[in-house]
Design a binder for this molecule. Structure first.
Ligand code: GDP
Ligand code: ZN
Length: 289
């Protein structure tokens, strides 16, 4: 049978198939080959009578994140607070870049919309072509919109600490079990477990992790300088005009991207993030590119 790994705990896995959860263990070969199974993995497995099901085969992944550990992500809801903490647009832009590079659809959620006017930030991301949702982690405003977009595939929340991800999750997954319940058996506190679980939402699944706050553009990332401009969807109409001059779209004369920034067709904050990410990627040693 084929299924989706929806929970990983101490070498055992929950595999969900046709709405049924099978407690499973990997076949011995996995350990020998050092194959690591991750929440989000699609697997072939065999149910056993009176025993754990056996995971026979791991299907190829379309993406894999390490912190938190999750694979085959389709959609990332990037949460920004309108205030408290002050919006960190560079961080949000970096997440959009990592998402797009990993074939994940970024959606911008502006939370704490009760604390400050969110319209300027909303305009920046709408202009860039991303869906934008205004939310409130206290009232649950916006969470129906999030759920409506998460009805298929695998979704997760991302964003800086304190923006309200846990508050939003309590509205998105009100019936989820306390993660502490299971981890206590292993004698670990719930705050020390890096545990991700996927919960069914319609035909889709939503990760219960408020993680994704520490994504780094490290040596491990496959994102390289030549990919960067393509990760900014609003640059697309202008890239053609710069292509033959090897333009980096930083401050070159006659750059069509810069012209679009000056004319208000690309948000200055988005271009500033592009320049900052360009510098970060340039700093990765050449031999790793
Ligand atoms: P996380 O670190 O991203 O998981 O953020 P939390 O969900 O823990 O929220 C951080 C703080 O912001 C908590 O004190 C929440 O009560 C508060 N908070 C969350 N959402 C909202 C909101 O929409 N408006 C306001 N004013 N506060 C919020
Ligand atoms: Zn250019």
């Amino acid at each position: 049978m084929e299924g989706l790994v929806t929970r990983s705990l101490g070498g055992f896995y929950n595999v969900t198939s046709g709405g049924v959860v099978y407690e499973s263990k990997p076949r011995g070969l996995f350990r020998k080959e050092k194959t690591v199974i991750t929440v989000g993995d699609r697997v072939t497995f065999t149910p056993q009578e009176n025993d754990l099901a056996v995971i026979e085969q791991l299907h190829p992944r379309r993406n894999l994140f390490v912190r938190p550990p999750i694979s085959n992500l389709d959609r990332l809801f990037i949460v920004i607070a309108a205030a408290d903490p002050a919006p960190d647009l560079f961080f949000a832009d970096k997440l959009t870049v990592i998402a797009r590079h990993s074939q994940v659809e970024p959606i911008i959620v502006i939370n704490k919309s009760d604390l400050a006017d969110a319209s300027a930030i909303a305009a920046i991301y709408q202009q860039a072509g991303f869906p934008v949702i205004l939310a409130n982690g206290h009232t649950g405003e916006g969470t129906q919109e999030i759920l409506a977009m998460a009805q298929d595939g695998i979704s997760a929340l991302a964003g800086f600490s304190g923006v309200g991800k846990s508050s939003l999750l309590s509205h998105l997954l009100p019936h989820k079990l306390e993660t502490g319940e299971v981890s206590h058996k292993l004698g670990r506190g719930r705050h020390t477990t890096r545990h991700v679980e996927l919960f069914a939402v319609g035909n889709g699944f939503f990760a219960d992790t408020p993680g994704f706050s520490s994504l780094e553009l490290t040596e491990q990332s496959t994102l390289r300088l030549p990919d960067l401009a393509a990760a900014f969807p609003e640059f697309a109409p202008y890239l053609e005009d710069c292509r033959f001059t090897n333009c980096a779209h930083l401050k070159e004369k006659g750059c069509a991207v810069l012209e679009a920034v000056q004319q208000g067709r690309i948000a200055p904050s988005r271009h500033a993030s592009y320049c900052q990410l360009y510098e970060q990627l340039k700093a990765i040693p050449q031999w790793q590119k």
